[in-house]
Design a protein around this ligand. Sequence first.
Ligand SMILES: [Mg+2]
Length: 200
Amino acid sequence: MPNWYNLFVLPAKRKYNFVILTIHIQMENKKRLIVDMDGVMADVYQQFFKMDAEEFGRRKALEEVLGKIEKDAFKNERAYVFRKGFFREAPVMEGAVETVQLLNEKYELFIVSAAMEFPHSLPEKLEWLTEHFPFLSWQQLVFCGSKTVIKGDIMIDDHYKNLDHFTGRTILFTQPHNYGHDNKIHERVDDWKEIHRILL
Ligand SMILES: [Mg+2]
């Protein structure tokens, strides 16, 4: 090899390989974060309150539904979740967009929703995510049946049935149905500000 090869090309190649290796290691070290949609990203309770008020002529107070599962809190909850637009028109939880955007940089992020319970919700949920979280790629969106198959390092969810099976760190997002039910196994957060504080 000519001398200029050893002087210029080899060091450049070594530097390039080092940069590639560093990027690769950083990617591999990212923790896998699983984030739930309903009751975490999407404020489905606003839909329950609204539809219940339209039907019965009075908007319930938050205190009336605290600690009750959804079907006990709202008489026709089942009808509402099967109604067209229930998922599509759900408001975004305050602070979710900004924090998910930051989490998306730091973690290997997946949005996981047990959407198969409501098959009609699949296109609605996809449209909702595309509108409000356009920076997420389709590879990051997982619509599934049981979440017991989901593996990762951290899971944020509002239901014990999903967190109890998860083998990593578990974060319970406060929602009226889980209010006051603490099993002390999962960390509890009340809003996205708290998620920002503990994960970023
Ligand atoms: Mg949920």
